[in-house]
Design a protein around this ligand. Sequence first.
Ligand SMILES: [Zn+2]
Ligand SMILES: [Zn+2]
Length: 546
Amino acid sequence: MKNKIRIIPLGGLGEVGKNMTVVEYNDQMFIIDAGIIFPDEDMYGVDVITPDFEYVRQNKHKIKALFVTHGHEDHIGALPYFMKEFPKVPIYATKLTAGMITNKLKYHKVDRSVIRIIKSVNEVFTYNKVKVSFFGTIHSIPDSVGIVIETPIGNIVHTGDFKIDYHPVDKKFIDFQRLGEIGKQGVKVLLSDSTNAEKEGVSVPESIVAANLEKEVFQATGRTVVATFASSLHRVRSIIEISEKLGKKVVVVGKSMEKNIKLAIQLGHIVAKEETIIAQKEANDYPREQLLILATGAQGEVMAAVSRLSQDENKFFKLEKDDTVIFSSGVIPGNEKSVGSLINNLLKKQVKVVQKKEIHTSGHGYQEEQKLLLSILRPEYFIPCHGEYRMLVKHKELATQVGIKEENIFVFENGDVLEITSDGAAVGESVQAGPVLVDNSGLGDVNINIMRDRRRMAEQGLVVVFAKVYTKEKTVSVRFELKGIAARLDKPQLNKELAEAVESRLSSEKKEGTLRRALIDDFVDVVYKHIKRRPLIVPYIEFIRD
Ligand SMILES: [Zn+2]
Ligand SMILES: [Zn+2]
């Protein structure tokens, strides 16, 4: 058999979220990342969405290892689910990433013994004719890496999430020489971050944002709340540094923020004097001007710290007139409404709100940064990843601008397969890669039918119909219960019509199974006539034979 590489994105294409990529060399499988995406608002009761592991499941004898690029939810969030199902697969991650995975696994009560630390970006892991190595990248979180999978046919490079930043706040500069070496060695296939492919120019460096933030914190009155993502650890680092410079004490509010800061301090990614960070309950011991509250929930998430502060739900302190809330975060598309109502609430309390684009930047490179990376690595084949479809298409366009052949660029969807042999590249037969909806109550995956029922209940209400069929007397008695339906209705009439529906079906359908299904449709029609809605119908049909 001819040697073959297969590259299969199982998640992260056509979406920003749930990244997961399979790279196979003959009968060895390597997996990169296993992330989640959060459900839309109308996906009732769904906690998270993971990639579909079906392909991995069917080929689990091939799995050698899973490598993680960095500690963001869209790259590590599905690991607890993955590791429950594939408990023996070693998971490789840099220290900070491994720490974040560990915190997650503790929460999910999953065995952590398979986690292996990538001690430095110079480490190389060797398999049968395959080597896996790394390169440091700059992103909104430290310890991010890109991955190189070397095979006899050629090298596969996955950038992970990246931006090009010449002034990183942690002074961990980009190793262009290493990138150049990887490029010079030859890149058969590149998978690269497309998030900001639609944004022209270059992204603002994190250090500029830090300088702008310092001005805002300096000018702020009262208690200063800075809201940002718990996962933007470079930003968090800057905010703590600014606080020390301006003589403020930092109060951390939000579980994820607390955990991440603790871990980042342990690993030296955040340097803070011991007395800088104080407990929430000590906040009232200091003058208001001396406090900086570092909080999660900049997207207006109902249960998160800023939102709770805006509702006076923090038990240790309350925001007052002339306190300042600084949003050091962009608004993720779809969250405009919740952020808007959060700001309304803050303004009602006469709290000052600062929301400017100068105090946030993306962790993902813009067009010029993407082109720079493509130009250094010069891949033979290119799969844009980590982006909605239009971003992938744009990234393709950028790649052609820097000389990558158009026919060598594959704008894929999840589950599509690229096969590489010594003869070149070909698109293989796609594999199953739909979203898996997870309900953390742990009673199983939420399938399409459950989702449809939940949506129908939420939008149309619920009707339970109890029908007793006396087979000997050939009579029917019906009762019903409505839930979530506001219609004023003629109950006796509805009752009568439901009973008639049962009677007329009884004369034609003899089998109980088909009778049940037919009755659901009949009930929907009858109910629709009365309330002009099609609620979820739950029929209870009891046959009384004596
Ligand atoms: Zn990321
Ligand atoms: Zn990401």
